[in-house]
Design a protein around this ligand. Sequence first.
Ligand code: ZN
Length: 169
Amino acid sequence: MTTNEASPDQPASKPSSGAAESKRSSGPVSIIVCTNCGARNTIRPSPRGAPHCGTCGKPLPWVVDATDATFDIEAQTTATVLVDLWAPWCGPCRFVSPILEQLAREFPGRLKVIKVNVDDNRALSQRYEALSIPTMVVMKDGRVVDRVVGAMPKPALTARLTPYLIRRS
Ligand SMILES: [Zn+2]
């Protein structure tokens, strides 16, 4: 299903052929540790599909860091994106961060958490109006569908996000 074409938020650089898989040498690199076997996996953003562990084959919790420079590439995915706008000095952000990692484990391939440090990435901070943090921006197909400002306990956050993570049939 290709629904990205008409989206004004989507950069036009996305190749329309299925050749994106072969461009292994470009793009930002993330290291994701497998929750099943502990292997360290080197992951590059892919507009389609979700990362699996190269050692045991299990889906990886899809949590990556992005910057003003890499965000638009990371955000190109068929999964639901949750942008976590945070800062190291922010206590509520440290509360929310492990909850987001748990959700990424519970919804492998459906959820991609993109962490953005607002101190280091002013452009993204302004784009998503992160006036107070944590601000969590939910996106589907490049469009913002929800915003959550402030920390929430896990049951409340899960209830808020689950509708965006369930596959519509
Ligand atoms: Zn593994």
